[in-house]
Design a protein around this ligand. Sequence first.
Ligand code: SAM
Length: 398
Amino acid sequence: MSNHQRTNSPAPSDAVVSAKGAARARSGHPWIYRSDVTQKPKAESGAIVRVVDHRGRFIARAHYGKESEITLRLISKNDVEIDREFWLTRLRAAAEWRKRVVSDTDAYRLVHAEGDLLPGLIIDRYGDCFVLQTLTRGMDALKAMWVELLVAEFQPRLIVERNDAKVRQLEGLPMINSLLHGEAPHEFPITENGIRFQVDLLEGQKTGAFLDQRENRAAAMRYARGRGLDCFSFHGSFALHLAGGCERVAAIDISAPAIERARRNAELNEIANVEFIEANVFDLLRDYDDAGERFDTIALDPPAFAKNRGAVEAALRGYKEINLRALRLLNPGGVLITCSCSYHVNEELFLGMLAEAARDANRAVQIVEKRTQSRDHPILLTAPETYYLKCVVLRTMD
Ligand SMILES: C[S@@+](CC[C@H](N)C(=O)[O-])C[C@H]1O[C@@H](n2cnc3c(N)ncnc32)[C@H](O)[C@@H]1O
């Protein structure tokens, strides 16, 4: 008898979900919220449980996290054993995909959580060093296994855990940064699109670098010309990509350590036409505008302005301000590469905001490209939350 036909009383170890929860799971979404769990499983938080509907029909195997609003994270729609072999198969599938889509760097995301059907697990690869984030109870309970699998598959020099992501607090998990394997230095250079960047896996922002923008930085390189401006530069990422095509570039970040690192990255690449400025982008764009400065290529890659739904309106005001100013600063024919990594500001809201900014700047603007996160950060079609990064390339026409 197939799983779909079986109707049984749910076992005490099963998680029973409401009709709404069942429908959501069957639509392909990997999360079930606490409010849709009608019978909590008799299981430890972090355990793998069977998820069934009120008639006992099997829906999925899932990680159970009783502390989290997202109480069940679906792992498999098949009623199979979730063992080391199962996880290894998923890890290998993720690695195979990267072999196909990553060729321009030694630093990329090997596992992108729900996007790779590995909910709550992030693994970033920096050459022969790996950074692990276990963001849910279930994945955290498997940390030792993931280290063992990475050692067996890739023979890494170093594995670091960057479990300082705030989302762990929602799962009742502690903040930890530590060395899990190896003892090599955690600061070393990586190469992306032919440019070298010094990364610090234990101390740097994110897991050391913003890997999700790699393909967008390569795109920006193709548009670079004239006078360039990289706003929210971090360690010089877009600026150093623009430097080859631009006569000169200004790179701005509010963080002194980021600007210092950016300067050192320019030296590492013997790039001399980039000026690094520690400043607040909001203030500096206004000052440039007041002073009548003009640019030909601008990148805007701010941090997420909307961390939750309630913050969307304020975030849109912030996005509009910087985009309006950037559009005003562009010479005719100038290109703006503008990004938002706020999931809550979706593509429609982002494009709407850009249209308003163009209108208020009184510029005719073309959309040259609509882009998203690099392909090593896959988007699961049925989980909109996995599509968070918008990158739009615009061109001013007048
Ligand atoms: C999303 S990251 C930028 C990533 C970078 N563009 C890259 O591709 O690697 C955002 C950066 O903005 C900086 N930042 C945040 N608020 C800022 C502000 N008001 N003015 C200037 N920089 C800011 C942070 O220090 C951080 O480095």
